[in-house]
Design a protein around this ligand. Structure first.
Ligand SMILES: NC(=O)c1ccc[n+]([C@@H]2O[C@H](COP(=O)([O-])OP(=O)(O)OC[C@H]3O[C@@H](n4cnc5c(N)ncnc54)[C@H](OP(=O)(O)O)[C@@H]3O)[C@@H](O)[C@H]2O)c1
Length: 355
């Protein structure tokens, strides 16, 4: 079989010191003959896909190449991926034909949906169907679908212990993903179902970090009672996905759950205190209080945390850090993640340098 070809956009810099904005850089396309297996990475400019793209690009002899899929090929993040050696292509999950084109000639793909961009589980299901149909049509050899539990299998809609949301869901951003698993199976797409965990990066970007109280004390609030929360550094998700691709067919048809660690709120607060060099108190609030906090998605997240508490054994049991470490030997613990990221976490009132 002839070696697959692909074109790659390469930047030519006028000077060895590039501003990074490429105003005066010229791009040209080169055709590359490669035996590398091409992985089309959706969300490559984001957290999960970005971790996978960097994992592949950091391992040039690993036998894989990256096709970074984005809606905006000229964005700074897309151009940075080009610089790192990815092929960057345009596609939108809502346009199946564009998804199909993005998969052309690829060996595999990383599929993820972006609930927090639109808050619509119905849209997430449509997008999953677009990806599965395109994967089937393209004859992909291996798809990884980033999924979560359909919580209605544990808490049916008529179960009153948590409210039903949007008429059909308990945890909309979980249920739509879990429900979509069957689309990949029904269409016969060779798929690994990757169960992800709470990103510790939510403490930086999602407003979940500790807040400073009026008395000056830092308080870390989470509706997790004394239960363990499986967490992970967001970029380790993609690095575990790379470990799955590297294993060939081993995980096709399987569900693989990953976490960096399972920690209680007390344990997370203690690690935060050590990282910051000041006391951090853990405050467990009930899920119904969290559901009433009023920010977009508060009810969904309140139900999610309640699900994680009420079914702690199942939820933690499905996400074994030892499995994640075998796939990604550089897997970070929470303390290691804090060592790298502690200065990016807003501490109530003080804005994060990222925001
Ligand atoms: N936060 C958590 O703790 C957590 C834990 C587990 C799972 N999750 C799930 O993770 C998912 C989000 O993944 P992420 O955190 O990696 O996302 P992210 O960092 O927010 O990245 C979003 C990326 O998605 C791309 N994108 C958005 N809409 C698109 C579309 N219609 N077509 C093609 N690309 C699109 C964007 O790329 P361009 O702008 O370049 O097109 C962007 O780079 C959510 O569904 C969430 O439920 C989150």
């Amino acid at each position: 079989m002839p070696a697959p070809q692909y074109t790659r956009r390469v930047a030519k810099h006028p000077s060895p010191v590039c501003s990074g904005r490429h105003g005066s850089c010229r791009f040209f396309e080169v055709t590359i003959m490669s035996n590398a297996k091409m992985i089309a990475v959706f969300g490559a400019t984001g957290a999960q896909g970005g971790g996978l793209a960097r994992a592949i690009l950091d391992d040039p002899d690993g036998g894989f190449a990256v096709r970074a899929v984005t809606r905006h090929v000229d964005s700074d993040k897309a151009q940075a991926l080009t610089e790192m050696g990815a092929q960057v292509v345009a596609a939108d999950l809502d346009d199946e034909a564009s998804v199909r084109r993005a998969l052309d000639g690829a060996y595999g793909a990383y599929f993820v949906t972006f609930f927090w961009e639109h808050f619509s589980p119905a849209k997430e299901k449509d997008e999953a169907r677009n990806m599965a149909a395109a994967a089937k049509a393209a004859g992909l050899r291996h798809a990884i679908w980033s999924t979560l539990e359909d919580t209605r299998l544990w808490v049916p809609l008529e179960d009153a212990r948590m409210p039903t949301l949007m008429e059909h869901y308990k945890v909309p951003h979980f249920d739509a993903k879990g429900d979509s698993n069957r689309i990949f199976t029904e269409l016969g797409v060779p798929t690994t179902f990757l169960l992800t965990s709470f990103y510790w990066d939510n403490l930086i970007h999602f407003g979940m970090g500790p807040r400073r109280e009026a008395d000056g004390r830092l308080v870390f609030t989470l509706p997790m009672d004394d239960k363990k929360l499986p967490g992970i550094a967001a970029d380790d998700i993609g690095r575990c996905a790379y470990g799955i691709f590297k294993q060939g067919e081993k995980y096709i048809g399987q569900t693989v759950g990953i976490a960096g660690e399972h920690l209680t709120g007390e344990q997370m607060a203690a690690a935060l205190a050590d990282a910051f060099g000041e006391a951090v108190d853990y405050r467990a609030i009930p899920p119904e209080v969290y559901r009433g906090l009023g920010f977009p998605g508060a009810e969904d997240l309140g139900n999610m945390f309640q699900f994680k508490c009420d079914f702690e054994a199942d939820f933690c049991g499905a996400r074994d850090p030892a499995v994640a470490r075998a796939l990604n030997p550089a897997l970070k613990s929470f303390r290691k993640w804090l060592e790298i990221n502690k200065d990016r976490i807003p501490r109530g009132g003080e804005p994060s340098p990222d925001q």
